[in-house]
Design a protein around this ligand. Sequence first.
Ligand code: THU
Length: 139
Amino acid sequence: MEQRDWDELKQAAVEVMGRAYAPYSHYPVGAAARVDDGRTVVGCNVENAAYGVVLCAECGLVSQLHASGGGRLTHFVCVNGDGEVIMPCGRCRQLLFEHGGRDLLLWTVSGVKPMSEVLPDAFGPDDLARVATDEAGPS
Ligand code: THU
């Protein structure tokens, strides 16, 4: 993806950041990602009076991914209220890994990096599959 496309993706993140619901932290976040079929999906953080119930921007993005037809994430960026690129939190790196894998490219605070560097040696679906019990029935 060219820089122009990255800039467009970041602009989508900035736009959705403007619709965040962050009355407690006053820290709006916007996230945008490209899907392998060319779609763009976005999300913003949505906080709650019960603080721990907060939905990160990435949660909304992943929900939109599935609600709009599924697929794999290929490129991702998230921004703060100043429109600056920020890192996805630890939990959301795991969330993104599930739907983009090692090759998902992220615009990070230190440039574009694959998820394999942002969440090294990640636990994921393959780890479950490797030791999955045979569900076919009793032997
Ligand atoms: N936040 C996100 O939406 N995504 C992240 O990856 C980092 C944190 C939100 C959660 C909370 O509403 C606010 O930022 C402050 O932590």
